[in-house]
Design a binder for this molecule. Structure first.
Ligand SMILES: CC(C)(COP(=O)(O)OP(=O)(O)OC[C@H]1O[C@@H](n2cnc3c(N)ncnc32)[C@H](O)[C@@H]1OP(=O)(O)O)[C@@H](O)C(=O)NCCC(=O)NCCS
Length: 180
């Protein structure tokens, strides 16, 4: 498993993302703030709430959930949950699958998700992974263009109505800095 936080809680800057963004474990002191994160009206059907994501994590331990808060400085502004180092199986994407991602509506379009994914990519590379998978609901307002703008490519698979996308990390090479 990767470290629970970016090293020493120092902001991480892979990919030239915001130097103020970091990923941290969701400890009791920030739990309420993370659960209070909200997407914009109309985005609710693209991602479950943080609280429901926690329920899914408990219900699907085989998905090896890896939940993290996205901090901007010390403020929780987003949430992501990976499936970390999972043996792929029917209904189970892996080894590294971005299961949930959201940025609070007040903090969207500020480069926060890009910076958070740059950190994730570095963690996956450090763990020996060479690709990052995700899936999303297509259609009006979908995050699919966001993912494709970062270099994710549809695999052609559609899983329960969600388009599966893949980001090839091998192009970053050993020691290189991912720049999704
Ligand atoms: C999708 C989401 C996580 C993006 O977060 P964000 O912090 O606003 O994204 P960023 O600011 O890092 O955007 C990175 C780039 O993607 C672009 N982008 C962001 N959202 C986009 C969207 N919905 N459609 C197209 N492009 C988008 C940004 O303009 C930026 O491009 P640029 O670098 O050329 O300016 C956020 O909109 C969100 O939480 N949406 C609701 C939940 C959701 O859909 N989650 C994904 C579940 S699969």
């Amino acid at each position: 498993m990767p470290p629970a936080t970016s090293p020493d809680h120092e902001p991480s800057t892979p990919g030239g993302g915001s130097p103020r963004v970091s990923l941290v474990e969701i400890t009791p002191d920030i739990d309420d703030a993370v659960r209070a994160l909200r997407v914009a009206p109309g985005q609710e059907h693209f991602v479950s709430s943080v609280a429901h994501s926690f329920v899914e994590a408990v219900q699907a331990p085989e998905g090896k959930p890896w939940p993290r808060a996205v901090l901007l400085d010390d403020e929780p502004v987003g949430f992501l949950m990976m499936s970390w180092d999972v043996e792929p199986a029917p209904g189970l994407h892996g080894p590294y699958f971005l299961w949930k991602l959201l940025v609070d509506e007040r903090r969207q379009r500020q480069g926060i998700a890009r910076a958070a994914l740059a950190i994730v990519c570095q963690e996956v590379l450090d763990d020996g992974g060479r690709e990052l998978l995700t899936s999303c609901v297509p259609g009006e307002g979908s995050p699919q263009p966001f993912y494709e703008g970062l270099g994710f490519v549809p695999t052609g698979e559609v899983d329960e109505g969600e388009v599966v996308l893949r980001l090839d990390l091998s192009r970053f090479g050993t020691g290189a800095t991912p720049t999704p």
